[in-house]
Design a protein around this ligand. Structure first.
Ligand code: 26V
Length: 721
C-alpha cells in the first residue's frame, strides 16, 4: 500500500460537520483505494463457511495496513477521537465459535502469506442484536449495513446464476480484502433477482421448524456451495480450459462443518456437465475436499430429507444417491461389516435423509476435529467405521486464534510490554512468546503486567458503566464466562455458584473474599427455551446481588448486553479468570479459552476441548482445573448418576437450586424456571435428569472459584502463573 499517499490524502480530508457514519465511510473508502488484492496464486486453498464472524473491520484493517497510529493522530489533530468509530457496528455474519474461527483463519492466512480464499454469504441481517427487557432476552434485527459497507467491493461482472428446480437466483460477490503479507479475499455472495431470491441471503440460520424453513436452509447451503464451486472452476478454466487433470493439485477446498457439503455433489455435477464421467469427477472430488467437524452434539448434525432435496435440487439429489451407491460398493469391497456399512452410510434409511457428515467423511481427503480430545472422540464414536478402515484420513487440527486481533488490537498496552520484552516477531510467530519464560521471575515485568491488567479493567469497567449502567467499584478479581448460551457450556452451573457465593458472604462464611465481579456474555438461539430461561435466571440473581449494599462492594455480577466480537475484545483483555466449564467431552475445542489465555488470564475449567492442551502447555499447577474427566462422565452416562441424591445430601446446594421454584425469583409466570428445575431433577424430552452433569461438578467448581480467589491476593505469584 502506498502508505504515505493515503496519509497525505487523509490529512487533506475535510472532516467538518460530518457524523461518525460519514467519516467512517470516507476514511474507509480512502484506504480501500490503496488496497490491491494479491495476484491469485496458481495453487490455493478455499475455505467454505456458512458463517464468518468478522467483527469490526475498521480498526483491524488500519492496523494491518500499518497506519492505525498515524490515522489516530491525524484525526486527533482535527479534533476527532478515533474511538468515535466504536459506534459502527460489528459485521456479525456468524453466531459463535465456528464463525469466529473462520474469520481468524482468514486473518492468519493473510498474515503469514498463504493464498486462502474465503467463501460465504452476505446476509442482509447478521446475528440478531440482543436487548434485555426485565432480564429477558429480546432479539432485534441486525441491520449491519445501515452504516454502509465501505470495506467490500461489489463485483457485478463476476456474478453467477444459481439454479433451483423452481427458481433462478443471481449470486453477486462482494469482496472483502484481508490484509497481511498477502492481500487475500473473502468473497461473500448476495442473492438477487426476486423477492424470494433475496430471502436466501436474508438471515443467518432461518428457523427450520417448518418445511419452508428447511427448504430455505437447503437453498442457502446450496447457494453458497454452488457459487463457490462456480467461481473456483471458472478460475481454473482460465488457465487450463477443459483439461481437469491439474484441478486437484491446484485446488483444495475446506468444508467448515457440513453446511457447505453440497459443494461435493455440485463439483461432480459441474465436471459431468463439462464431459467428465461420474467416476472421474468423483475421483477429483476425493482429492480436493477436506472436512472439519465442529461438534458431536446430535442435534447439530445435519440430515437433509431426500424428498425435500428432490423438490428443489433434483440433480443434486441424484448425485447424492450415486455417491451413496458408490460408498456402499467401496465399503463392501474394503470389508466394512454390515454394521459399519450402516453407520458410515451417506443415506440414512430410517430418516429418509442424507447424513451430510457421512457424505463429507466418505469424500474427504482429510477429516479433522478441532482439539486433541475432540479428534479422538470423533474417531472413536461418530466416525468409528471410517476410522477403522481409513485411519490415514483422520487428523487433529487444534483450533487457533489470530493474535493480531486478540492481542495486538484488543490489548495494545500488553502488546507494547511484549514488544519491549521479546521484540515484535510474536505477531507472525506466536511461539516467540516462549521467550517470556525467562522473564517470569523479574518482579519488574510482573509489576508492569499487573499495571496493564489494571488499566484494561478500568477501561472495561468504564465501558460497562456506560453501556450497562452498572458501577463496579475498587480493585476486583474479574471472572468471565462469555460464549454462546448452551446447556452443555453450563452457564447455569456458574449461576448456582454465584448465588452460593452470595449466600455464604451474607452469612459471614467468606471473611476474606477478594472483591469479585462475575461477567457473563451470551446470546441464546431465539427458540431455545431453556437457554432463554438461564439468561433470565442469571439476570435475576445479578439483580439480587447488585442491590445488596451490604455485599455489593465485594460481589457484583454483570450480564453484558449484546455480547459480540468487539465486547469480547474488551473482556478478554481485562479478565483474570477465564471460565471454561463445559461437561467433559462436549466442547469440541473452544477458542475463547485461547483469547483469554493470551491476555494473561488463568483458565478455571474442566478437562475438555482445548483446555486440556492449554493446561498441558501452561502447566496444570498454574491453572485451576476441576470436575469429572470424560471417562468418568461416560461411565456416569451409562448409569449410576443420581442428581437428586446430590441435592438431598447437599443442603447448601439444595437451597440455591430450589430458588428456581421457591419464589425467590420470578420468571414472569412463563414457566422457564420450573422447566430448568425439571430438567435437572426429572429430565425432559429424551434427556435424563441433569443431562450435563452440573451436580457432579458443582461443589468442586465452587471450591475452585474460592481457591483462585484466595490465591489472587498474592498478585505477583498469581500473575507469574
Ligand atoms: C449448528 C446449528 C444447528 C441448529 C441451528 C444453528 C446452528 C448453528 C451452528 C451449528 C454448528 C455449531 C458448531 C460449532 O459452532 N461448534 C463450535 O466450533 C468451535 C470452532 O471449532 C469450537 O471451538 C467449539 O467448541 C464448537 O462448539
Amino acid at each position: 500500500m502506498e502508505r504515505e499517499l493515503f496519509l497525505q490524502e487523509l490529512r487533506k480530508l475535510d472532516l467538518h460537520g460530518k457524523d461518525a457514519k460519514r467519516l467512517y465511510n470516507e476514511i474507509s473508502s480512502l484506504a480501500m483505494k490503496y488496497i490491491q488484492a494479491s495476484e491469485k496464486a496458481k495453487r490455493c486453498a478455499h475455505y467454505l463457511s456458512i458463517e464468518f464472524l468478522i467483527g469490526r473491520v475498521f480498526y483491524n484493517n488500519l492496523l494491518e495496513l500499518g497506519v492505525l497510529q498515524e490515522v489516530s493522530e491525524i484525526l486527533k489533530e482535527k479534533g476527532v477521537d478515533i474511538a468515535l468509530f466504536e459506534e459502527i457496528e460489528d459485521a456479525a455474519l456468524g453466531n459463535g465459535g465456528l464463525g469466529r474461527l473462520a474469520a481468524c483463519y482468514m486473518d492468519s492466512g493473510a498474515a503469514v502469506g498463504i493464498p486462502l480464499y474465503g467463501y460465504g454469504i452476505r446476509y442482509k441481517y447478521g446475528l440478531f442484536r440482543q436487548k434485555f427487557e426485565d432480564g429477558f432476552q429480546k432479539e432485534v434485527p441486525d441491520d449491519w449495513q445501515r452504516f454502509g459497507d465501505p470495506w467490500s467491493i461489489r463485483k457485478e461482472d463476476e456474478k453467477q446464476i444459481i439454479r433451483f428446480a423452481d427458481m433462478q437466483v443471481n449470486a453477486v460477490p462482494y469482496d472483502m480484502p484481508l490484509i497481511g503479507k498477502r492481500v487475500n479475499v473473502l468473497r461473500l455472495y448476495q442473492a438477487e433477482g426476486s423477492e424470494n431470491a433475496e430471502k436466501i441471503s436474508g438471515v443467518l440460520y432461518p428457523p427450520d421448524d417448518t418445511e419452508d424453513g428447511k427448504l430455505l436452509r437447503i437453498r442457502q447451503e446450496y447457494f453458497l456451495s454452488a457459487a463457490a464451486i462456480g467461481d473456483i472452476v471458472r478460475a481454473y478454466e482460465k488457465r487450463h480450459g477443459n483439461d481437469y487433470k491439474y484441478f486437484a493439485a491446484e485446488n483444495s477446498i475446506q468444508l467448515n462443518d457440513t453446511h457447505p457439503v453440497f459443494a461435493i455433489p455440485e463439483l461432480i455435477r459441474v465436471l459431468q456437465e463439462r464431459g467428465q464421467t461420474f467416476r472421474s469427477a468423483l475421483k477429483i472430488a476425493k482429492q480436493v475436499f477436506n472436512y472439519t467437524n465442529h461438534t458431536i452434539l446430535p442435534e447439530a448434525l445435519e440430515h437433509w430429507n431426500v424428498r425435500l432435496l428432490k423438490k428443489i435440487l433434483p440433480e443434486i439429489a441424484d448425485i447424492l444417491v450415486k455417491i451413496n451407491t458408490s460408498a456402499k460398493y467401496i465399503h463392501k469391497k474394503e470389508g466394512y461389516t454390515p454394521q459399519e456399512c450402516a453407520a458410515a452410510s451417506a443415506y440414512v434409511h430410517s430418516r429418509r435423509a442424507f447424513s451430510m457428515a457421512n457424505t463429507a467423511v466418505f469424500i474427504a481427503n482429510k477429516i479433522n476435529g478441532v482439539a486433541e480430545i475432540h479428534s479422538e472422540i470423533i474417531k472413536r464414536d461418530l466416525f468409528a467405521a471410517e476410522y477403522a478402515h481409513h485411519p490415514e484420513k483422520f487428523e487433529n487440527v487444534t483450533n487457533g486464534v489470530a493474535q493480531r486481533r486478540w492481542l495486538e488490537l484488543a490489548n495494545p498496552e500488553l502488546s507494547a510490554l511484549l514488544d519491549e520484552q521479546i521484540g515484535q516477531e510474536w505477531r507472525v510467530h506466536f511461539e516467540e512468546l516462549n521467550k517470556l519464560n525467562a522473564y517470569t521471575a523479574t518482579e519488574e515485568t510482573l509489576a508492569e503486567f499487573i499495571q496493564v491488567k489494571g488499566k484494561k479493567k478500568e477501561q472495561l469497567f468504564r465501558y460497562i458503566e456506560k453501556a450497562e449502567g452498572v458501577k463496579i467499584g475498587g480493585e476486583r478479581i474479574v471472572y468471565a464466562q462469555v460464549k454462546r448460551l448452551h446447556e452443555y457450556k453450563r452457564q447455569l452451573m456458574t449461576a448456582f455458584a454465584l448465588l452460593r457465593l452470595y449466600y455464604d458472604l451474607k452469612e459471614g462464611k467468606l471473611k476474606d473474599l477478594t472483591p469479585s465481579v462475575f461477567l457473563f456474555g451470551a446470546k441464546s438461539a431465539p427458540s431455545y427455551f431453556r437457554a432463554k430461561g438461564i439468561i433470565k435466571y442469571i439476570n435475576e440473581i445479578i439483580k439480587l446481588i447488585n442491590a445488596d449494599t451490604e455485599t455489593n462492594g465485594r460481589l457484583t455480577g454483570v450480564f453484558v448486553t449484546e455480547y459480540n466480537v468487539s465486547y469480547a475484545e474488551k473482556i478478554v483483555a481485562a479478565a483474570d479468570v477465564s471460565l471454561q466449564v463445559s461437561t467433559a467431552g462436549l466442547e469440541a475445542s473452544g477458542t475463547g479459552n485461547m483469547k483469554f489465555m493470551m491476555n494473561g488470564a488463568v483458565t478455571l475449567g474442566t478437562m475438555d476441548g482445548a483446555n486440556i492442551e492449554i493446561v498441558e502447555k501452561a502447566g496444570k499447577e498454574n491453572n485451576y482445573i476441576f470436575g469429572a474427566h470424560v471417562d468418568e462422565i461416560e461411565n456416569l452416562r451409562k448409569g449410576g448418576y443420581d442428581p437428586n441424591g446430590f441435592l438431598k445430601e447437599h443442603l447448601e446446594w439444595n437451597k440455591a437450586v430450589k430458588t428456581l421454584i421457591d419464589g425467590t425469583f420470578s420468571d414472569g409466570g412463563e414457566g422457564y424456571f420450573r422447566e430448568l428445575y425439571n430438567s435437572l431433577t426429572i429430565g425432559a424430552s429424551w434427556h435424563k435428569p441433569d443431562h450435563y452433569f452440573i451436580f457432579r461438578d458443582l461443589d468442586e467448581y465452587y471450591q475452585t472459584i474460592l481457591r483462585v480467589n484466595a490465591y489472587y491476593r498474592f498478585r505477583a505469584d498469581f500473575v507469574a502463573n
